[in-house]
Write a new protein. Sequence first.
Length: 422
Amino acid sequence: MQWLLSNGRESDRLALRLQCLAWIGCLGMPLYYLVWTVFFPQQYESLALRLFGVALCVPALFLKRLRWLARPRTMQVYEFIGVTYVLPFFFSYMFLMNHGSAVWGESLLVALIVLFQFDGWWALASWLCGTLLAAAAFALHGEAAFLASPVVLEQAPIYLFTVAIVSVTRVGRRVLAGEKLAGMAQALAMVSHELRTPLISVAANVRGIERSLKARGQPAAPAVQPDPADVAVAGAMERIGFEVRHMNQMIDLFLQSAAALNQQLTATEYVSMADVVTHVIERYPFTGQEQRDGVSVVIRGNFWFAGKHELCVVVLLNLLRNALKALQRAGHGKVRIVIDGTRARPRLLVMDSGCGISARQLPHIFERFYSWPPSSGAGIGLALCRDIVHAWQGRIRCRSRESAWTVFALEFPPTISADRSH
């Protein structure tokens, strides 16, 4: 059952999807009862079945208030039960009770197309469960022989073909997305490598100029009555040298992110979160001491988790880079990184008081190839972070207030405390 419960680990997107389906169910069930009883009467209708479907949908409209339902695993089970009833069970049962009428045959076909927009195995399980339950309920009415009639059997090839086409289309979209991602990773790595050559040349010229200054008897940073021209040149060389080092560090970051796109994300080791944070702070290419001083680290309790050290570094590097960009756009602010291993589910918080994220953009930030502003990146950083954290059975969420603050929270399953080694 693990594959069933693991469907849709993105809790925020799952909640949004549930609420959309719930609104459709709450409005569609009673509306079409009127359609099929008043305007285009059908052989069989059931207000009780429709009201039960509405009752199943209503809790999803209040996810934020019903905390027990907002739990990820509870939400996944609830979604499976609700979707199975509203789509395959209800439409199959109505198709049988109306003795295979054209209206309900086409309605069932639409329901299957909607159902198989979900994960393939998840949708297949839902379809089988709903169809079998509908057939059993219909048989209880004493018309079991109709289940083997040509009216029912001749629909099976059509439904199977529809399911196959929808599934192939979904696979095709995934393949295209994977190829696009691989192409972007290759392009990123290629561009990063190409940038190395001019940077090496610039660094070599800086060293040559510095040696020339020393050969003239004027050090690069003379302390007593320096020549103004040499001071200007020395200052320029220092700034150029810093920018070269900064760009080399950024290239290392890009190459690391590109490599992570093609890696297996499965956890292979126990990782110390404090070690990851220390590693990132030491390696990050801050533009200066002022920017470095704007980043603080708070350790409320270190913790170990099942993951990969290198990939966790990529996650934190991306979050830190985004936070510093938010500060740059706002023109002010601080970044605070909190390691909290005192909770039942240990977590890492990355908080900034920069420009924030608008409510309109917030639901989309973890979508692959989505970036805001559009020119701010390729839209793979946060999607990669999400995939990595979810591969470790963790959870990543974001809360933000525009023009005020942003908080990224990474929660991990309970593992081992900080006083234990690998």
